[in-house]
Write a protein that binds this ligand. Structure first.
Ligand SMILES: [Mg+2]
Length: 744
């Protein structure tokens, strides 16, 4: 009697903590492996992984991303069919077929005393039975004559197996058996096929191929596998199958039958194609991904170097993608990416590659350039194409794009280098105001290095306390005294010396340091100002980036509470850009700040859009007219006209108007004549550290200038022991002046 031991095939088992990708690689390398048992430390089976199910799960969208680095224990069937090797074959099949038929067909685990021995498959069962019991095969053949024939375990297995099983005679190659799955797979009823040959079903050429293969199996007496066969069905469609064939000998040892088992691999082929696609294409835009892009670029560079052609790499990103995503939501953001990808495809010629590198980053490989002007033309087309409005589910959206270009061989000859340089050029294009393209230049390399080292230094500076605050007085023209001071940030770098805020604030915003730095400024300045006389206010600049920090209001509350500075003595200076971005959210923060009793100033008015509507959209307490107008006030009638207009507007809205950048007495007198209420600038004082400020004001501002109707009378912060004239202070200022008065 046969036992299961006679059918077992050894398959190397897996461990539960093996990673998904390891098993995936194995299935790819071993096409014959249909199931893999999973064992514990003691070699006891705890699960089973079946090839097709596993590959399908890995291929499902992002399946590999999900499962590749997870243990296979999450992917195995934890209740496999496990049988002891000593069980008799016939008892096993009749028993199992009645209640776990599908497990049998998928494959099962055979143990010896509980320890893993090998796996069993239906084909192995059939083979074992047919080789050792010829009557079994005859029973198979006879089973087709009448469905009422007694069902041996073999005929039952054959009928239930989901793979196609067929038997042909070895002499005339006519079919003697086709199971139910085979009928379904080929579309032919078994009654039509039994007794006939392939020549009667298939085109002559195909039938000849099948015949040659059958003869090969019969002559060799070995198992033959046809990995992938496309077989026409009755309805004309194609079955994609994988077939194993063996010859079954008769009593004289000569082949009498040919047994074949075919499985449908169409689904698996689709899954594998999907995996290949996922590995190389972006599922959203269906553009090549970074991997395929780099491959394409390397190939293009190799071809170009043989022909001495130029290859251009264009890196681009959408200028306002984040805003669209944040304000209209991700579905619209995704629609935008798809639409942008489509426009990019239409910009390039056949043979050029467009890829999505990630997020809103795209890249183009342009080949066959005769000179760099070809790259200029494509970059221009791209910028123009993406500048046009997008209609996204009823939303009109204008985003624009910036492009950076690097050209081989001039800028480099390998793909990584070119991509990096195109990226640097893109960075420059964005810094230069977006919506434009920029070619790589050697200087960018140096700039990038400098920027990186500045970034590192900035992080250290915050930790080591290298930042300082300077204060610049605000002078009230009606009362002729200092009524406020603006806190200005300075960075005393251990080796660079004083770094201008213009050089580090933008980077601070970019690398996310502005929130902690802004908070430090606020707390430090409030603490300092709490020691000033009650009539002196503190002005602190807020960067638009600080409005993205939703704790801003709480930080202000806590800085005031901690220092004891009354809210009405704090003025927060904002620029128009705060109102431009994310209007509703920022407006609500502004109202919350105002509700605390804090005053809000519009800073640098006249430099941006200068929309008067901003002044109406929020009840500002102060407008600060930018120094560029004040500078030209005496020479340029237009500058004067603008200042007059803003002063009039301020007066009618009941808003204080401050003129920034006042450098001479003549400017001061003109502003006074026009009705300006407050001034700031070197004529009064340049920004000073807290210690010097108290001293300078205590000394210099305790004076009265006697001459002229516009005499400046300044009251010191503190009772001043000495006095001198403001002119003296101003003269010193001018002598010391080394940097432009542009402030931050
Ligand atoms: Mg300011």
């Amino acid at each position: 009697m046969l036992t299961l031991r006679d059918t077992v095939a050894y398959v190397a088992p897996a461990r539960a903590d093996d990673l998904g990708k390891t098993l995936y690689e194995r299935f790819r390398e071993e096409p014959d492996t249909l199931i893999v048992p999973v064992l514990d430390q003691d070699n006891r089976p705890i699960g089973l992984v079946e090839r097709n199910t596993f590959i399908l799960r890995m291929a499902a969208e992002y399946g590999r991303a999900l499962y590749a680095n997870r243990p296979i224990s999450g992917l195995m069937d934890a209740e496999p069919l496990i049988v002891e090797a000593a069980v008799e074959l016939e008892a096993f099949t009749s028993d199992i077929l009645s209640y776990r038929a599908s497990d049998l067909l998928r494959g099962f685990i055979v143990t010896d005393g509980g320890r893993y021995l090998g796996v069993g498959t239906v084909l192995a069962l059939l083979q074992a039975a047919s080789e050792m019991n010829r009557r079994g095969v005859l029973a198979l053949a006879q089973a087709n004559a009448s469905a009422e024939q007694a069902r041996t375990f073999m005929t039952a297995v054959v009928e239930a197996i989901p793979s196609m099983v067929f038997v042909k005679r070895a002499d005339d190659h006519s079919y003697v058996l086709l199971n139910r799955a085979g009928e379904k797979m080929l579309g032919h009823a078994r009654e039509d096929m039994i007794g006939r040959t392939d020549a009667e079903f298939y085109p002559r050429q195909l039938a000849e191929i099948y015949l040659a293969r059958d003869r090969e199996v019969i002559q060799s007496g070995e198992v033959r596998v046809i990995e992938e066969d496309h077989v026409p069905r009755k309805d004309g469609s194609m079955a994609i199958i994988r077939t194993k064939k063996i010859a079954i000998p008769g009593p004289d040892g000569q082949a009498e039958y040919l047994l074949g088992v075919s499985e449908d691999i169409a689904e698996r082929k689709r899954a594998e194609a999907q995996i290949a696609r996922l590995a190389h294409y972006d599922p959203l835009t269906e553009l090549p991904n970074r991997l395929l892009f780099q491959k394409g670029l390397s190939e293009a560079l190799a071809r170009a170097s043989r022909r001495e052609d130029l290859v251009a790499v264009h890196c681009l990103d959408l200028d306002r993608f984040k805003t669209v995503n944040d304000t209209l939501g991700h579905p619209i953001g995704d629609a935008l990416l798809k639409a942008a990808a489509e426009r990019l495809r239409r910009c390039v010629r056949e043979g050029d590659t467009v890829a999505r590198l990630g997020g809103d980053e795209f890249a183009v490989v342009q080949t066959g350039l005769s000179d760099p002007s070809d790259a200029t033309r494509l970059a221009t087309r791209i910028v123009e194409a993406l500048a046009k409005p997008f209609d996204l589910q009823g939303h009109q959206v204008v985003v624009g794009a910036s492009v950076g270009v690097a050209i081989s061989p001039n800028d480099g000859s390998d793909s990584a280098e070119l991509l990096k340089k195109a990226d640097m050029a893109l960075y420059r294009a964005k810094a230069d105001g977006r919506g434009a393209f920029h070619f790589f230049e050697r200087a960018m390399d140096d700039q990038l290095q400098a920027r990186r080292s500045l970034e590192v230094d900035l992080r250290v500076a915050l930790i080591q306390g290298q930042f300082e605050l300077y204060y610049q007085p605000l002078f009230d023209l009606a009362s002729n005294r200092v009524t406020g001071c603006e806190a200005l940030l300075r960075w005393r770098h251990p080796t660079r010396g004083m770094v201008s805020p213009a050089d580090f604030i933008p980077l601070t915003e970019e690398i996310g340091l502005i929130a902690p730095l802004g908070e430090w400024v606020l707390r430090e300045a409030c603490r300092e100002a709490s020691g000033w006389p009650n009539h002196v206010r503190l002005a602190v600049n807020l960067s638009p980036a600080q409005f993205r920090d939703r704790r801003l209001v709480a930080t202000v509350v806590s800085a005031l509470a901690e220092s004891g500075l009354p809210a009405e003595r704090l003025e927060l200076e904002i620029t128009e850009s705060v109102l431009l971005q994310d209007n509703a959210a920022n407006m609500s923060i502004l109202h919350n700040l105002k509700a605390l009793g804090v005053r809000i100033s519009m800073d640098d008015f006249g430099t941006g859009y200068s929309s008067l509507s901003y002044l109406r959209s929020f009840p500002f307490d102060k407008i600060k007219i930018d120094q560029t107008f004040v500078r030209d006030i005496l020479e340029d009638p237009d500058a004067l006209a603008i200042i007059k207009a803003v002063l009039d507007l301020g007066a009618s809205l009941g808003i204080t108007t401050t003129a920034e950048g006042v450098e001479t007495e003549a400017q001061l007198e003109e502003l006074r004549r026009q009705g300006c209420s407050e001034i700031q600038g070197y004529f009064i004082s340049r920004p000073k550290p807290a210690s010097e400020l108290a001293e300078a004001l205590g000394v210099g501002f305790a004076a009265t200038r006697p001459q002229g109707q516009g005499a400046v009378q300044v009251t010191a912060f503190k009772a001043a022991p000495r006095s001198s004239t403001i002119s003296g202070v101003v003269a010193q200022e001018h002598m010391k002046r080394a940097v432009p008065s542009r402030k931050r």
